[in-house]
Design a protein around this ligand. Structure first.
Ligand code: AMP
Length: 224
């Protein structure tokens, strides 16, 4: 039986976690699980969970560990995750990483490969303020680089492109602070456990994807 592939993307806001997760998800045919996307969907549908998360998200703060851990466990239990999954934006705190470490063996998943996508702060700000995402299919563009063919319109589905509320300059600084205080310690956490792979996130999308693929392929050779 094939061992499921479990992947975590770590990196500051704007590092390209979502973009790489989406590409890898297509390559391996396993779901891209983004807690940010799930929370934004909950807000759109005006569910109680969404209403609770919205205030925190609009302020650039983290939603409670309890809520996101419940969301993730419910998602990983679905049948489409049986061959593995790619986590994007989770875990974001040591408490969440510990919950994940407890959850994975219980759900019969192996330990994850954790990719830290490393990008300098100046470049991150440019990427975030230039980022536009499709309001329908969530495809990501950037007005400074990966522009859509028609302005403000998604190449894939024709949906309207929007600037995320929390990609506005006022909120970005708060998100960086949350990242430094709460999420950055995870780099050391996963390094100590031998699960961390450093990826140079300043390269273009395709080169980063190639770097990630070569790590996965060489680790598969070792585990076979
Ligand atoms: P993202 O799309 O991953 O940048 O997430 C957008 C926002 O959703 C974050 O700024 C948080 O407010 C919230 N969020 C997403 N994932 C988590 C998580 N694992 N823990 C806490 N809050 C989260």
């Amino acid at each position: 039986m094939k061992v499921p592939l479990t992947v975590v993307f770590l990196g500051a806001p704007g590092a390209g976690k979502g973009t790489q997760a989406r590409v890898l998800s297509g390559e391996y045919g396993i779901p891209h699980v983004s807690t940010g996307d799930i929370l934004r969907e909950a807000i759109k549908s005006k569910s109680p969970l969404g209403m609770e998360a919205k205030k925190k998200m609009d302020a650039g703060e983290l939603v409670s560990d309890e809520i996101v851990c419940l969301i993730v466990e419910e998602r990983l239990r679905r049948v489409d995750c049986s061959q593995g999954f790619i986590l994007d934006g989770f875990p974001r705190t040591i408490a969440q990483a510990e919950r994940l470490a407890e959850m994975l063996p219980r759900l019969l998943f192996p330990l994850p490969m954790v990719f830290h996508i490393n990008v300098g702060e100046e470049e991150l700000v440019k990427r975030l303020t230039g980022r536009r995402s499709c309001s329908v299919c969530r495809q990501i563009y950037n007005i400074y680089g990966q522009r859509p063919r028609i302005e403000d319109q998604c190449d894939v589905c024709g949906g309207k492109l929007e600037l995320r509320e929390d990609d506005k300059m006022e909120v970005i600084q708060e998100r960086f602070t949350e990242y430094t205080n709460q999420t950055e310690p995870l780099i050391q956490y996963y390094r100590e456990r031998g699960l961390l792979f450093e990826i140079d996130g300043s390269k273009d999308i395709n080169s980063i994807n190639q770097d990630i693929l070569s790590v996965i392929k060489s680790s598969k050779v070792l585990s076979n």
